[in-house]
Design a protein around this ligand. Structure first.
Ligand code: OKP
Ligand code: MG
Ligand code: ZN
Length: 343
């Protein structure tokens, strides 16, 4: 399958992540994408293409205009105030407070975020735009008849809501792509999130809709990020009731257990009969991932890919998490090769 990749991912080079009360070097770093790209080439997965530019119209199908404007200007607004470091939110509209957009940049950072680990930096906007273009270019390949394509997105996207950044995510590349499939005539689209973390942004964007089904397998949010969404009783709302599924697992979960959830998810997708499938592909389910607690091995990713391939659906993979950089290339390409072996 073809891979879409942009060197502009490199415009996002944050130096800080708030973790454990100190600022650490971010887990979500440029070498992640470069390592995956090297493995794609070394394993000859297929051609590597640059993205086309789609502009903001397809992004605005999923994100609000005011959020997009905020992201575009936030670094400028931050530096104009003479702030010495990276732009980190530190205040939020808590319970009982007003949900209105303040003028001040500190206020707007809080209004448009749900977490503080993710700093906005010079180049973040450019990288986020390039990441969306990567997803949309791969989506166009699949819409144009390719059986599958790999969008090597960075920064990732699945935590981003219509108007919230956080969890290393700014634009929700999987949601933007799912909406693009719909806008190009797909009747139903399924988004399956196999990243270790709950795809809270994707869930939230489609929660009241039955035309995009969202399913996520993830670590129990009672114990891990994003903490405030992703429980199994969240099944959708209004017309969307029955079209969101969360499959939650405890610390130490091995592939033998996780795979039952994958099977449940795949059967639900088969019953839904979508015209296209988007896989939010994170490999932070890996046994040695530094921030996660599942126990998948590198060989397990081949089996994961095989099951996904058996769905026999036009499939777009968008890159999400995975923080053991030494293994990330092997694990990602194992999913994609496993997928192809089943077709
Ligand atoms: C992004 B993606 C580490 C806390 C990390 C943020 C996790 C974001 C994950 N001590 N909190 O889903 O891989
Ligand atoms: Mg997930
Ligand atoms: Zn993750």
């Amino acid at each position: 399958m073809k891979t879409v990749f942009s060197p502009l991912h490199n415009r996002r080079t944050a130096t800080t992540e708030l973790d454990g009360g100190i600022l650490i070097a971010p887990h979500e770093k440029p070498s992640r994408a470069e390592t995956i790209l090297s493995r794609v080439k070394q394993q000859q997965l297929g051609d590597v293409l640059p993205p086309q530019e789609f502009g903001l119209a397809p992004v605005l199908r999923v994100h609000t205009q005011d959020y997009v404007d905020f992201l575009r200007t936030s670094w400028e607004d931050w530096t104009a105030e003479g702030k010495p470091g990276e732009a980190i939110p530190a205040v939020w509209p808590g319970r009982g407070m007003r949900h209105r957009v303040p003028k001040d940049i500190d206020g707007r950072l809080g209004y448009y975020s749900f977490a503080a680990e993710t700093s906005i930096t010079e180049g973040t906007w450019e990288a986020a735009c390039a990441s969306a273009d990567v997803a949309l270019t791969a989506q166009a390949l699949v819409a144009g008849g390719e059986p599958a394509a790999f969008a090597l997105c960075r920064p990732p996207g699945h935590h981003a809501h219509a108007d919230l950044f956080g969890g290393y995510c700014f634009f929700n590349n999987a949601a933007i792509s799912a909406q693009a499939f719909r806008d190009q005539g797909a009747r139903r689209v399924a988004v399956l999130d196999v990243d270790f973390h709950h795809g809270n942004g994707t869930q939230s964007i489609f929660y009241q809709r039955d035309d995009v089904m969202t399913i996520s397998l993830h670590g129990d949010p009672d114990l891990v990020f994003p903490h405030f969404l992703g429980f199994e009783d969240e099944t959708g709302e209004g017309p969307g009731e029955g079209f969101n599924m969360n499959l939650v697992y405890p610390p130490g979960t091995p592939f033998g257990v996780w795979r039952d959830g994958l099977e449940t998810a795949c059967r639900r997708i088969e019953a839904y009969q979508p015209d296209a499938l988007v896989i939010a592909l994170g490999v932070d389910t890996f046994e040695h991932d530094p921030i996660s607690f599942f126990k998948l091995t590198s060989a397990d990713y081949l089996l994961m890919g095989e099951r996904l391939g058996k769905l026999k659906l036009p499939t777009l993979f968008t890159m999400e998490g995975g923080y053991d950089v030494d293994a990330i290339g092997v694990n990602v390409v194992n999913v994609l090769r496993g997928f192809e072996s089943a077709r």
